[in-house]
Design a protein around this ligand. Structure first.
Ligand code: ADP
Length: 192
């Protein structure tokens, strides 16, 4: 039994929330590159100091930093039964890197799940979240930049996974529980 998943979707589509729920249901760790970067920034680590300028501007952190971090994380013993990656891969080069990380350790991806949501809905959600959580990159101009980066660099990777018959798409609009149920139903044929 294995469940190796990547979760795709625009900022504000509810990836973080759903990642935690899906991972719990599947019994695998949820690995969020954004959370790892934020923890490093908060802790003032060397990695945190290097990435802060990128995350606060809504730009991608350079691949060499992100890739090394993910490679290390996927070598931890708790990912033996699988993992759910949230926020990685985020461009086509990272797709190739993930392929290499997995094949070099005799593993492969089971499914890529894309949570879909239209741009107007996600901007709204992110600006509301900004008021509640105070995330530094949730200001309107940075949110818009993150959406542009998503459209240019991240959205195309859904096509890469579709061409491998690994892509499932799930509508992210609706109640949190409802979306979780949709996601679990959509991935069921791929995991287990
Ligand atoms: P969101 O999906 O809401 O934009 P995340 O928490 O996933 O937010 O990511 C926050 C920031 O962390 C991104 O804007 C980017 O700067 C950085 N980041 C996260 N994952 C990656 C990645 N795979 N590659 C490069 N940068 C990343």
């Amino acid at each position: 039994m294995s469940a190796r998943l990547v979760l795709l979707g625009p900022p504000g589509a509810g990836k973080g929330t759903q990642a935690v729920r899906l991972a719990e249901s599947l019994g695998v760790p949820a690995i969020s590159t954004g959370d790892i970067f934020r923890a490093n920034i908060k802790g003032g680590t060397a990695l945190g100091l290097k990435v802060q300028e990128y995350t606060s501007a809504g730009a991608l952190v350079p691949d060499e930093l992100t890739n090394a971090m993910v490679r290390d994380r996927l070598a931890e013993p708790d990912v033996e039964g699988g993992f759910l990656l949230d926020g990685y891969p985020r461009n086509v080069a990272q797709v190739a890197e993930l392929d290499d990380i997995l094949t070099s350790t005799g593993r492969s991806l089971d499914v890529a799940v894309e949570i879909t949501a239209d741009a107007a809905a996600v901007v709204d959600r992110l600006l509301k979240r900004a008021e509640i959580e105070g995330r530094a990159d949730d200001t309107e101009s940075v949110v818009r930049h993150r959406l542009d980066v998503y459209a240019e660099q991240t959205a195309p990777i859904a096509g890469v996974y579709a061409s491998r018959d690994l892509l499932v798409q799930v509508d992210g609009i609706g109640a949190v529980d409802e979306v979780t149920q949709r996601l679990l139903a959509a991935i069921a044929p791929y995991v287990g």
